[in-house]
Ligand binder design. Structure first.
Ligand code: TRH
Length: 385
């Protein structure tokens, strides 16, 4: 039977491409009762964030989704009703030809990267006709405004977060309950020149900080600062009031738990940034670094939106720390930025708690995709009749 969705994902680097594609596939299958095929060219990366996926099996079922290894040559299949190429990965030529042969042709979407930049509103949904085939691709932009494609979220996220028992979580990690003035911080980041200065700032303030670091790219730099040859999951190092603990890279749902438990989350890229916003705790975002500081525009756009309604002193404290962490020219040094952030912490907490209500106004990406495809297929059926 013709599936509802084919999602194509080419894992470029890191985990964001597969992270978004997998989250979307799960939501479409579970909440929209859709039949979903997810084509992924790197099952090893997939297995890291969803260990139930077997990296050695070319076709498998997981969470109601059919997972297919995407490899060349591409065997003929009947294309789905809605076809998503995630982040501009080019579809196989034979698959495109099969799409062109269908009546009605599938609704074909390029799912773009999330951005808060204002131009997203006018670019969302724009068509791009194929140069040779009778097919049109539409640019689908996730975003923070109702006029965009919205953001990814599960319908039951708020209930699950409310039911989450933080003390049980800490016990599961082998940690005692948080002491009164202790800060628990998660740190998911790329290599970052600002890291040593942040750690120095934590040490010099002297407030107890427990820093929980999922395995990944930042570990060599962290090991350098700690003066240890290497770090692996399970390692714990204490320097005065700072405790650094390396966590195993977990599945996506368990990573949410870490975000829900911590007082402050350092996140990066796209998916973890959105999850930290839904977690309703303060966050610091490291934008995916691009040439010539192009990512700083994205950073400014999100800051402008995120801080739209907060008093200037609080906004300055948040943006100072984000700027410092992202190496924005003219940013305050990390010691100054951290002191300002601490001084505004209570107000930042309140803002983070209120933010998901604003975020929800953007609408749910999965629902908007479903509507876009249904409307597209209806109008095609109409014009063919
Ligand atoms: O891994 P990333 O840096 O991905 C990036 C960005 O998406 C960027 O925009 C893109 O251009 C680039 O990839 C190619 O960060 P991101 O987007 O937060 O994705 C990480 C995923 O990993 C996310 O789905 C959460 C998940 N994750 C886990 O499942 N377990 C973990 O322990 C951790 C730390 C993350």
């Amino acid at each position: 039977m013709r599936p509802d969705w084919d999602i194509f994902c080419n894992v470029v680097d890191n985990y964001g491409d597969i992270g978004v594609a997998w989250r979307l596939a799960r939501v479409l299958a579970r909440e929209h009762h859709a039949s979903v095929r997810l084509w992924v060219d790197d099952l090893e990366a997939f297995n890291r964030l969803w260990p139930a996926v077997d990296a050695h099996v070319a076709q498998q079922q997981c969470e109601g989704v059919t997972i297919q290894l995407w490899c060349a040559p591409f065997a003929p299949v009947e294309p789905a009703r809605g076809v998503i190429e995630a982040f501009g990965c080019a579809l196989p030529e034979t698959y495109l030809a099969a799409m062109a042969g269908q009546t009605p042709a599938p609704v074909w979407l390029n799912l773009e990267y999330l951005s808060a930049e204002p131009w997203v509103v006018t670019h969302h949904g724009l068509p791009s006709p194929h140069p040779a085939l009778p097919l049109t691709k539409y640019f689908f932009f996730p975003g923070f405004m109702p006029e965009t494609g919205g953001v990814l979220i599960e319908a039951d996220h708020a209930q699950r977060r409310a039911a989450f028992d933080v003390e049980t979580y800490w016990r599961g990690l082998g940690l005692a309950a948080r002491s009164r003035d202790e800060l628990r911080v998660s740190l998911f980041s790329y290599e970052n020149p600002a890291l040593p200065a942040l750690l120095d700032a934590w040490l010099s303030v002297g407030q107890p900080v427990t820093c929980l670091v999922p395995e990944g790219r930042v570990l060599p730099q962290l090991a350098d600062w700690l003066g240890t040859p290497a770090l692996v999951a399970g390692d714990c190092h204490v320097r005065q009031a700072l405790r650094v603990r390396v966590l195993p890279f977990t599945d996506q749902d368990s990573y949410d738990h870490l975000l829900w438990a911590c007082d402050l989350n350092f996140v990066r890229g796209e998916d973890s940034c959105v999850r930290a916003q839904w977690a309703a705790h303060p966050m610091v975002w490291q934008a995916y670094p691009q040439n010539e500081g192009a990512h700083w525009d994205k950073l400014e756009a999100l800051l402008a939106l995120y801080l739209e309604t907060v008093p200037k002193a609080v906004a300055d404290a948040v943006s100072g720390l984000w700027h410092g962490w992202n190496g924005v020219p003219g940013a305050p040094d990390m010691a100054t930025a951290w002191a300002a952030w601490l001084a505004a912490q209570a107000a930042i907490d309140r803002h983070a708690e209120a933010w998901p209500a604003r975020l929800a106004r953007a609408g749910r990406l999965s629902q908007k995709l479903v509507d876009f495809v249904e409307n597209g297929l209806k109008s095609r059926a109409f014009s063919n009749s």
